[in-house]
Design a binder for this molecule. Structure first.
Ligand SMILES: Nc1ncnc2c1ncn2[C@@H]1O[C@H](COP(=O)(O)OP(=O)(O)O)[C@@H](O)[C@H]1O
Ligand SMILES: [Mg+2]
Length: 297
């Protein structure tokens, strides 16, 4: 339902959005589904924070699928800047244009070299120019240097980008924007202020069972339950790298592939590499798994 001054959503309600997400393989709890619904309807960027592996990036993928539009992803990293994220100049074409003008004795003006013809689109510019509107995923913003956030402000508040040599390019079909952060550092308030903010937590055991069954339908119900419980137990330890949902899914797939109907200590020990991936975590994880898998009914 289009709202006043907002974007159009194909969902009339939060329930419908939850159903659409489930159809695309994603279980969104009510809080997350409400945040996504509002972000799309009110045309606000959605800022998702949470541990690695709780399902932040996947929201971008699934949202693009549910909106039936393309996903444009910008993976952030240390040192990322305008030339990687926004636009760059096609130096080879500029060089050739200069050579051609020399050969023909016609001088090429500097302005001509810094015109749209010589512009190379990077993900942010591409998202502003996309027709129809795209989903723009700015993934792991906390990995970028904090100065990079300043470049995003104009895009997030005005759906526009100013290129000094050309002027301001404003989106005709503003993208739906999802930003994610693993919270390795705090992101500036100036950026958060423009967004709707939502924290994704690890799912509770019942929700994780649903996720596992949705994503690995060939797994038995017992196995899905055992894995969800074991993974929840592992997250309660202070591991260097607690298992995310991806690890729960990998582990379930591995166990299913081996034809294992339920977890027991031997099986857990033999397959632990699917779920615990730091050597210093192995011993404490094994001890816990021996406990939770042998006390299962
Ligand atoms: N709520 C969910 N429903 C279904 N699958 C999920 C859910 N959350 C996470 N996943 C799956 O778990 C994996 C990790 O999710 P991801 O989005 O990459 O995590 P993050 O970006 O938070 O590190 C992906 O394969 C994703 O499909
Ligand atoms: Mg991610």
């Amino acid at each position: 339902m289009p709202l006043d001054g907002g974007g159009a959503t194909p969902w009339g309600s939060v329930d419908e959005l939850q159903r659409a997400f489930r159809y695309h393989g994603y279980i969104a709890d009510r809080g997350l589904a409400t945040a996504i619904h509002l972000a799309v309807a009110l045309d606000r960027p959605l800022f998702l924070e949470g541990e690695a592996g709780v399902g932040k990036t996947e929201v971008g993928n699934v949202l693009a699928g549910a909106l039936q539009t393309q996903l444009i992803r910008l993976q952030c990293y240390e040192g990322i800047g305008v030339a990687q994220a926004m636009y760059d100049w096609n130096y080879l074409r500029q060089f050739l244009a200069v050579r051609a003008s020399e050969a023909s004795d016609r001088n090429v003006a500097l302005d001509d070299l810094f015109s749209p013809e010589f512009l190379v689109e990077r993900p942010l510019l591409k998202a502003l120019r996309s027709e129809p509107a795209a989903v723009l995923l700015i993934d792991e913003i906390d990995r970028a240097d904090d100065e990079f956030e300043a470049f995003l402000l104009e895009i997030l508040s005005d759906h526009a980008m100013t290129i000094p040599e050309i002027g301001t390019i404003k989106a005709e079909n503003p993208p739906v924007v999802v930003l994610t952060s693993n919270r390795t550092r705090e992101v500036h308030d100036a950026l958060k202020r423009r967004c709707l903010y939502h924290v994704i937590k690890y799912p509770d055991v019942d929700t994780e069972i649903q996720i596992v069954r949705l994503r690995v339908p060939e797994a038995t119900e017992q196995l899905a339950r055992d894995v969800a419980r074991a993974v929840a137990g592992l997250r309660g330890l202070s591991l260097a790298k607690p298992p995310g949902i991806a690890e729960a899914l990998d582990w379930t797939s591995a166990l299913t592939f081996l034809g294992v109907p339920k977890l027991d200590p031997d099986v857990a020990r033999g397959t632990i590499g699917a779920v615990v991936k730091h050597e210093e975590d192995l011993e404490v994880a094994m001890n816990l798994l021996a406990e939770v898998t042998s006390t299962d009914e």
